[in-house]
Design a protein around this ligand. Structure first.
Ligand code: UD1
Ligand code: CA
Length: 462
């Protein structure tokens, strides 16, 4: 049997978004709408994807980066015209079914797509429109049915009379077609309407007038049809997904005492009894364990967090934090960082491309970059790993239970042995053996009566 495929309409400018980007690049919880639509299609088992691009096509093509075929719609002459641009792609799937999706309806889900296909196949329809009942149908095409409930037409907002405007069942813009019938129908639609556009929705009355079997499958997920034409609607869609995600987490045992200003990517897993506090943003590819306190004011990206971890005002990207670590306030973890169990990092500590082993403490004002730090190490206040000489980056190695005195500069590459001490204010350029104390600073000199002799002060003003 021929493979099923999908054509995603993404050519529109989205004038009302007032954006330099194509509308489908607008993000719903940190992910462009087009990616959510593609994932839903793939989740329904559809592998062959063709995206119709138009406005700022190059931006979309660069974003897709070969994940889908693309065809360009040079002039935006309507949804029917957009599908026509994919004619070769559709013909290549002759004998199969073609799904049309709107790239600006990010909540169309895999289950709805699959169930609509079942209805399409089981009823032997040549065209199945995915519809849904919504509270506010304004702006959408209405699904008109006869007294027996048979689908008879789609009427757009602009052409709807008062009674038709009251219909709450609307066209999602998504439809299944028999591929060969779609090719035939596309050849029959015209642009003889007030806007001079080729409407894909015209295929409904054309097919019906030809005596073909056309159906409307009403999705039970009413959100599936929601689209965003303005930034206000974009905000509304963001809120829908944000609230749904937080509610799901709460029902799984996560505490979110105040949900406002908490944004979590829907794919993020969070363990039971973890508390999420305001100002927390958890982006893609993160996982949080149980019994953690995350936030306030914490932003995580591609970061794994173990159990019992505290992150207070932490920003972390591409990092891992192991069980019972306590970070914050004001800690920045940069890519390729692993924070071990029971590690403490306090205020104004930055860690980059480093591994810090268990029970180490980095309490204040310290930069650890390109370093391998053992367990039980104590960093005094203001330690700096001097990892960059202007040309190359070098690593520091610090052994277990070492004690790095306040304001030590560790000039990489350098190794501090196990249990070794560095004196406060030292600038360490050479390796320090295990169990040694290294003092690398000028010995103190007191010049007696220097002030009396040189009288360095100006006259007292107070
Ligand atoms: C369309 C439907 C309407 C439905 C609604 C659901 C038609 C005529 N109307 O209206 O019945 O309720 O979707 O959201 O189909 N696009 C192109 N090229 C074009 C025009 C549009 O690629 O020339 C793309 C857009 O980028 C968008 C999608 O097609 O992703 C839908 O177009 P849009 O203009 O938003 O249609 P609606 O007016 O919302
Ligand atoms: Ca739309």
């Amino acid at each position: 049997m021929a493979k099923n495929c999908v054509v995603i309409l993404a050519g529109g400018e989205g004038t009302r978004m007032k954006s330099k980007k194509p509308k489908v690049m607008a993000e719903i919880i940190f992910k462009p709408m087009i990616d959510r639509v593609m994932e839903s299609a793939m989740g329904a088992g559809i592998e062959d994807i063709c995206v119709v691009t138009g406005y700022r096509a190059e931006v979309l093509e660069a974003h897709l980066a070969g994940r889908a075929q693309t065809v360009r719609q040079e002039q935006r002459l309507g949804t029917g015209h957009a599908v026509m641009q994919a004619m070769d792609f559709i013909k290549a799937h002759s004998g199969g079914n073609v799904l049309i999706l709107a790239g600006d309806a990010p909540f169309m889900d895999s289950r709805t797509i699959r169930e609509a296909l079942e209805a399409h196949v089981n009823n032997r329809f040549v065209q199945t429109v995915i519809s849904a009942k919504v509270d506010d149908p304004f702006g959408y095409g209405r699904i008109v049915r006869d007294a027996d409930g048979n689908f008879t037409a789609i009427v757009e907002q602009a052409s709807a009379d008062v009674d038709t405007q009251k219909i709450r069942e609307i066209n999602s813009g998504a439809m299944w077609f028999d591929a060969d019938t779609l090719c035939d129908l596309l050849g029959r639609i015209d642009n003889k309407n007030s806007k001079g556009e080729y409407y894909l929705t015209d295929t409904v009355h054309i097919a019906l007038s030809m005596g073909l079997r056309v159906g409307a499958y009403a999705a039970d997920n009413a959100d599936a049809v929601l689209g965003a034409n303005t930034r206000v609607q974009l905000h509304e869609l963001n809120e829908i997904l944000r609230k749904k995600t937080l509610e799901k987490l709460m029902l799984e045992g996560v505490s979110i005492p105040c949900t406002s200003s908490v944004i979590i990517d829907p794919d993020v897993k969070v363990g039971a009894d973890t508390v999420i506090l305001p100002g927390t943003i958890i982006k893609e590819d993160c996982a949080i364990g149980e019994d953690c306190v995350i936030g306030p004011n914490t932003v995580l990206y591609k970061t794994k967090v173990g159990n019992g971890v505290t992150l207070n005002a932490v920003q972390a990207e591409e990092a891992e934090v192991k069980d019972n670590a306590n970070l914050g306030p004001f800690v920045h973890l940069r890519p390729n960082t692993v924070i071990g169990e029971h590690v403490h990092c306090g205020n104004f500590v930055e860690v980059k491309n480093s591994v810090i082993d268990h029970h180490t403490s980095v309490s204040h004002l310290t930069y650890v970059g390109d370093s391998d730090v053992g367990s039980g190490v104590n960093f005094g206040c203001g330690v700096v790993t001097v990892n960059f000489n202007g040309k190359t980056k070098n690593r520091c190695t610090i052994g277990n239970d070492a004690f790095i005195g306040c304001n030590t500069n560790l000039i990489a590459p350098v190794t501090i042995g196990d249990r070794a001490y560095t004196a406060a204010g030292s600038t360490i350029t050479d390796d320090v053996p295990s169990d040694a104390l290294s003092i690398a600073r000028e010995r103190q000199t007191n010049k007696e009566d220097w002030v009396k002799k040189t009288n360095p002060y100006r006259e007292k003003k107070y």
